[in-house]
Design a protein around this ligand. Structure first.
Ligand code: DPP
Ligand code: ZN
Length: 853
């Protein structure tokens, strides 16, 4: 497949300030008539080129005169003489046969669209690129019984009867927008209607559209939407701009959700929650994603991307905004811990592997492959660092300038950084390397105490690993919040924001009578890996005394990782320090339950693997299980006590109750690990008696790890109760795929043949195979590479149906360099088998071939 390069960007030859679309909707055959008002952009004689994919061209005209033209490689090329023309095309498409879920497709009786990044070309011929902004007028006509509700972007302006049981509606969007933000929904939907009064007193009608029976499960999403609207006004001064804001939930969706102007379309898992079917994590995800898509109205829609290399312009900024929003709505420290865990689980491995790319990539074959943890989550960290460097006022001045200067434009990451520099009055020349250099920087710290001068010298050096296509990188700007603690008094010295900008730099701290303990990268102020030699004793001290909650959590994690990796290497596990540190945190009355739950949990097997030169899945699993067992047994009375104390008579979403549920599940897993005879019965009792999904699924997960009779009883009961609810059934698949059970490969293989499994629903595919590939021990356990073959078979079966989702399953196989020769060879062999397929999609081809390189 051809490679698209950032450096090749050229401004469009033709602009399309206006477009009128007319849909005759039908699941089997929809006709789309598009009238494009085109204008020559600059002095040139190049033709108008319109992108198209799987379109059946019925008719074309220029300025009312029919033209004979046939698509070349999907594209329509029209030579035009004048400065302005009206180009009309009519095409037929087949939504019911669109299994890629890009363009216009059918999902559970609905017709809906997904256009980002390049789906609009599957609806009509159009220059499908984000720097062409058009005003849309959309007319839809459809069967009244099947599709009583017709929605599109902007405002509804007219509707009426069309005869023969059909009706029509017209929607106009006054804001020029790129075509990736176009949306349409037709279906039999019910509405949770509400309203919001903006800061200038305008009334906005809010609607969340779902199947009638799902209406009660939309309340949390509606509250999140209203909170997001108020938050964006308060924190960024951003007001909503249309009279209507609609959200639709659909079951078959490649992404989490889509920020189409005035008509967000969501994967139903990020809208529908109630206590019986959704966990607290699901509730939080709904709140975060609703906010994310709403915030895009400014960071993405009003100011959009010039080209897809700038994707992080809108995604990094919007993730940062939704992270801050969720922190404000709940617990800031716990949110930070969760976000960093996500970054380390998803982005660090990506940045260390064959698919590493800068936050602003230089090239791609298929842009769908670049909706990555790097573009989103590392992109958000980059914004967070700028916010830190500029300070709250400077950052707000920077974003104010950015929105004012670029409203209505399609711009670049460079434009954003320049606004930050000018608004905040800082020089970000060197900081820009965060956009161009891939790889996670490593910082090495050494500290020398000079008792005579009562001085501490902290020397920091940085290195950035080579990544595909990039070697010998330049030192970057690393803002490291740092503090020193006096070991005797437990007192903290003043915290400093150290700016590490050179390859090596020293910082001095005066007035230090004794050697202090180093607390560095507090709050995870820079997305880097820090190697700071600290004894287990010092880490235990920090885990009990550091006043930065993240640093406290981090010290505990490091303490655990050290014990576990040394245990894997030596075969002798040292558990004492970890047990004592856990006891201290779990009994500290100043800590809330949610934080304790985070602090006392062992790092995942995958994260432990990431700390090792060669991942040893079996050794890691054994060591972690042994540690879990030792902690469970040594503190069993404490766990029993906590398990009782965290029980609640009724469900509430109050922070204290959410924290109690989170802790209760961690505690249950320690009781189970202790080997206590009644552990399975206790887990089953929690499962059976739970009045909410958090505790029910937590208990099911604990049982799924074991071999008890209760395991089978709980899985069967769960299935019986929930098999009619697709989102909950996903949990049933996922729990089994994530289990530490010796037969997981076989279980997953069987579940892939289960009558409730389907390749056409991305949530179902991810809940089984995505979870399995994330289960390090199970995925890598089969001596003959059974897990790898299972995943490769899935990729090959899914590719012809949904290449975008298939390609997302490739990266776990691409980690072959991190494993021993035998495992690595088997992983490679599966990638080679994939690449050898003759009719591979561009999506899978790019990921698999890059993973082999
Ligand atoms: N732009 C979407 C989002 O991140 C993804 N398609 O919200
Ligand atoms: Zn987004």
């Amino acid at each position: 497949p051809p490679v698209i390069r950032r450096e090749d960007y050229k401004a469009p030859d033709w602009l399309v300030p206006e477009i009128a679309l007319d849909f005759r909707l039908d699941a089997e055959r929809t006709e789309v008539t598009a009238r494009l008002y085109v204008e020559r952009n600059g002095d040139h004689d190049r033709p108008l080129v319109l992108d198209g994919e799987e379109l059946d061209l019925l008719f074309a005209s220029v300025d009312g005169d029919p033209v004979e033209v046939a698509p070349e490689g999907g594209r329509l090329i029209l030579p035009l003489d004048g400065a302005k023309h009206v180009v009309e095309t009519r095409v037929a498409i087949a939504p019911a046969r669109n299994s890629q879920l890009m363009g216009l497709y059918a999902s559970g009786g609905l017709l809906c669209t997904q256009c980002e990044a390049e789906g609009f070309r599957r609806i009509t011929f159009f220059p499908d690129r984000p720097d062409i902004l058009s005003r849309y007028a959309v007319r839809m006509e459809a069967d009244k019984t099947l599709y009583p509700v017709l929605l599109s972007n902007g405002d509804p302006v007219a509707n009426g009867e069309a005869g023969e049981g059909r009706h029509w509606a017209q929607w106009n969007d006054p804001f020029p927008k790129p075509c990736y933000l176009f949306a349409l929904v037709a279906g039999d939907l019910a509405c949770n209607a509400d309203s919001f009064t903006t800061m200038s007193g305008r009334e906005v009608r809010l609607g969340i559209w779902v199947r009638e029976e799902d209406l009660p499960a939309t309340r949390h999403a509606m509250a999140a939407l209203r909170n997001s609207m108020a938050w964006d006004e308060r924190v960024y001064g951003r007001e909503y701009d249309l009279d209507v804001f609609n959200i639709v939930a659909v079951s078959d969706f490649n992404f989490g959700a889509m920020e189409n102007k005035g008509l967000n379309i969501f994967n139903s898992r990020y809208i529908l929650v109630d206590p019986d079917t959704a966990t607290d994590l699901d509730y939080d995800a709904v709140e975060g994603v609703v906010a994310h898509e709403y915030f895009h109205n400014w960071s993405g829609n009003r100011v959009t991307c010039r080209d897809w290399f700038q994707l992080s312009l809108k995604e990094g900024l919007t993730v940062y905004r939704d992270q801050c929003f969720s922190a404000d709505m709940g617990s800031e420290p716990v949110k930070r811990i969760e976000d960093v865990r996500l970054l380390r689980a998803g982005q660090f491995p990506e940045d260390a592997g064959p698919l590493a790319h800068p936050v602003r990539p230089e090239s791609y074959m298929e842009i769908s492959n670049f909706y990555t943890a790097t573009v989103y989550n590392k992109g958000a960290e980059v914004i967070r660092m700028m916010a830190q460097i500029l300070g709250p006022e400077g950052f707000r001045k920077g974003t104010d300038l950015y929105f004012a200067r670029h409203d209505g434009q399609a711009v670049t990451c460079e434009d954003f950084v320049r606004a930050m520099e000018e608004g905040g009055g800082v020089d970000l020349t060197q900081f820009r390397l965060w956009y161009s250099q891939a790889g996670t920087p490593r910082v090495a710290a050494t500290m020398i105490h000079d008792p005579e001068h009562r001085r501490v010298t902290l020397t920091l050096s940085q290195s950035i690993p080579d990544t595909p296509g990039q070697a010998n990188k330049k030192p970057m700007v690393l803002p490291l919040r740092t503090a020193l603690f006096d070991r005797q008094s437990g007192q903290r010295r003043e915290e400093r924001l150290l700016m590490l900008t050179g390859a090596e730099q020293s910082f001095t701290f005066e007035g230090m009578t004794s050697a202090p303990v180093l607390s560095i990268n507090r709050g995870f102020s820079a997305p880097v890996i820090v190697d700071a030699p600290r004894t287990q004793d010092e880490l235990a001290f920090l885990s009990a005394h550091d006043d930065d909650p993240f640093a406290r959590y981090e010290a505990m994690q490091q303490l655990m990782v050290n014990a576990l990796t040394e245990g894997v290497a030596s075969g002798e596990l040292e558990t004492g320090a970890v047990i004592e540190a856990i006891r201290t945190s779990a009994t500290d009355p100043s800590l809330d339950d949610a934080f304790v739950a985070e602090a006392i949990r062992l790092p995942s097997e995958a994260y432990i693997g990431d700390q090792m030169l060669v991942v040893d899945p079996q050794g890691i699993h054994d060591a972690r299980e042994a540690m879990q067992q030792a902690i469970g047994a040594a503190l069993e009375p404490l766990w029993r006590d906590l398990h009782q104390r965290t029980a609640r008579p009724a469900f509430s979403l109050e922070a204290g109750d959410k924290g109690a549920r989170k802790l209760r599940n961690v505690v249950l897993s320690y009781i189970a690990a202790s080997g206590a005879e009644d552990a399975a019965a206790l887990a089953f009792a929690q499962f059976d008696g739970a009045h909410n999904m958090t505790e029910r699924q937590g208990a099911l997960g604990v049982l799924a790890n074991g071999m008890s009779a209760e395991r089978e009883r709980a899985l069967a009961a769960f299935y019986d109760r929930y098999h009619g609810n697709a989102l909950v059934l996903d949990k049933w698949f996922q729990t089994q795929a994530l289990a530490c059970h010796p037969d997981t490969v076989e279980i997953v293989r069987a579940l892939g043949r289960h009558s409730d499994f389907t390749l056409t629903n991305p949530n179902r595919v991810r809940s089984l195979y995505g979870a399995f590939a994330a289960n390090q021990w199970a995925f890598h356990s089969g001596g003959a590479g059974e897990g790898y073959r299972l995943l490769a078979d899935l990729i090959l079966a899914l590719d012809p149906i949904n290449p975008q989702t298939a390609a997302r399953m490739v990266p776990p196989l691409g980690r072959w360099r991190r494993f021993d020769v035998e495992r690595g060879g088997r992983m490679r062999a599966e990638l080679e088998r994939i690449v050898a397929q003759p009719k591979l999609s561009r999506d899978v081809m790019e990921q698999a071939s890059k993973s082999l390189a």
